[in-house]
Structures are given as structure tokens and as C-alpha cells.
Design a protein around this ligand. Sequence first.
Ligand SMILES: *Cc1c(COP(=O)(O)O)cnc(C)c1O
Length: 376
Amino acid sequence: MANNSSEIIIPSSLLPEDGRFGCGPSKVRPEAVDALAKVGKAYLGTSHRQATVKDMVGRLRSGLRDLFNLPEGYEVILGNGGATYFWDIATFALIESKSQHLSFGEFSSKFAAASKAAPFLDEPEIIVSEPGTRPFAKVNPEIDLYALTHNETSTGVSMDIRRPEGAHGIVAVDATSAAGGLRVDPSQFDAYYFAPQKVFASDGGLWVALMSPAALERVARIAESKRWIPASFDLTICIDNSRLNQTYNTPALATIFLFVQQLEWMLDNGGLEFSTSRCDQSAKILYDWAERTEYATPYVKDPADRSHVVGTIDFSDNIDAAQVAKVLRKNGVIDVEPYRKLGRNQLRVAMFPAVEPGDIEALTNCIDFVVSRLAD
Ligand SMILES: *Cc1c(COP(=O)(O)O)cnc(C)c1O
């Protein structure tokens, strides 16, 4: 009954202009790659301690300040290692003694595990909710750092970032797949950290943290304490280097350049309102399609929790989502496989600002076509 899936050819009239829908590394706009090629000889292969690269880091820092409209006293800090590395940095250099973690998927559970394993910290408080939902913070006077996740990339659940009412601890937010794609009010966080291979359409290996005066003060206080901190986890060193538009050790220059390309593209087109509106548009297309399609359902039940940057769509039992993803991949429409550890019959779709909303529409048409052919 089922068609031989390797023979299914999607008509070119249905295909998206760009077939990259992965959650990271995600689609890099071709214009950014062209711009990188143009500065190849003048920028790549040059010292990161000289003006050419330092100016690029300066554009990155001031562009992020503008994009997020950072209040007085907030600083843009960066270093090498990506978001995962920042969890270890935060464990050493941001948590004073006890943290509270909202854990609702693969990524948010990892920072919780890192602080739990640290012998110099108290047992963290970990508030867990079922995958596909989100937990809520509970104010506790013993907590000195609340760890939130703006968008749980493994499940497609996002949450509004708000300081837990009455909390005296600082608020650290993993915004790796959210920063620049979801709206945020900087007065609600103290450290908003992310890596650039998602919304910022660059490559991995770098982290950025937008830090409030309270977070900067916390770092200084811990540095003065007796805690031993390895140099590459020492945030005071990161802060000192960032203020000079440098990093402690050598960064990937192409990553920084592509990051600035995407950031300035967002700013030139209207900033955070422009980039988040594109995600809203894409999300409306995807979820409306799933709601009206018999074999598809948004995985996240509460519409308020449905992410506008990462969409997860469950398929009915008679349709094998993995097979659909395989046929799509053969046709150049790639990386819509679900997060492997979630183990569901679903597709996951990145709707970052670089992705054209029209291409999300085309993707839904391609899925409909493949499903109809598989049923033939
Ligand atoms: C991708 C992702 C990470 C991991 O980022 P790396 O740069 O690979 O370390 C962490 N948190 C979230 C929410 C993510 O989406």
C-alpha cells in the first residue's frame, strides 16, 4: 500500500526557496556568507588583538545593546565555548550558594545537573514539569540565583521572562534559541545568555551574556571569596576582556562576523520588533496549519506555551513522522527531525528570523504532499 518513499519527488513549485529548518546550526542567510567572502583577505586570518577584529566585536556589543535596548549599567559580555560552557561558568562564578532551576526539557535540565554536581554549592532546588509544559518559579529566601529558560528548544515550549515576585536572588536566563526571536524586557533579567548558531544565524562556539549591575556585582563578590575558579571559567577575566572588545583566548572570527551580519540586518529592518514579528508570522502559519490538518496537532497543548521560534508538531499514529522527514531530506528540505531524546512521532521546525515565513508555508505544503503520496 505505502508508496516506496525513496521514489517520492516533491514538485519544485512546492519547494521552499531555502530548505534549512534546523534548530542549530540553523539557516545562515546567503547574503551574510557573501559578505564574509568579500572581507576574506582583510578580516579572516588577522589578529584578534588588532583593530580590525576588535572593531567587529565592538559592533557586536553595541548592536546587542541597541537591539535589546539595555538599561544603563547593563553590559554585553562574551567568551568562547557556547551556551553549554556558560552553564559551567555560571556554576563557578554566578551562583553564590543555592540556585533554583525550572526544568522542562533537555536543555533546562542540564544547567540544573551542573549546579547539582558542584561540591562547593548547596543542593539546588529543581522544579520539574512534564515535557510540553512549563514549570513556575517559587520564591524562596535561600535562593540566590533563579535559572530560567526562555525557550526550551527540545520541546518547543517558551515562557515569558519575569522576575519571580519578591525574589532577592538574581535571574539568569538561557536564551540560546530565544534571544532576538522572542520579546523580552531587560529589567526582568540579570544575565540573559545565548550562543549565535540559532536566532543569530551564525556558527557555534561563542557565548554572549547580557549582564545587569546586580549580576556584575555578584561576579565581583564571588571572585573575592575563597572559591577556586579555573581561569577559563572566571567571569571577571571575561568581563575585563569584553570591555576591551576582546575575548580571553582566540575566538572564531567567522562566527563573530556572521553574528554581526545577522544582528545589523535585524537592526536595519527595525530591530527586535521586526525580528520577533517574523517569528510570530511563521508560527501562525505553522500552528494554524497543524490545527486544521487532520493528521497533525501542535504538541504543546496550551497555545500560550507554544514557542514562536521552535514549533513541534505531533503526527497521528498512522503517519510515520520519521519517514516524512526522510523523504523531505531527500528532496532538500532538511533538519525537521524531532529532538531525539523526546522520542515522539513528531517534526520540529525552526522559525528563526532568518527563515522566510513564506518558506514555512511551503514546508507545510511539502509535508501535505509527502503524506498524501505515502498514503497512496
Ligand atoms: C542549543 C541550546 C543550548 C546549547 O548550545 P551550545 O552552544 O551548543 O552549547 C543550550 N540551551 C538551549 C536552550 C539551546 O537551545
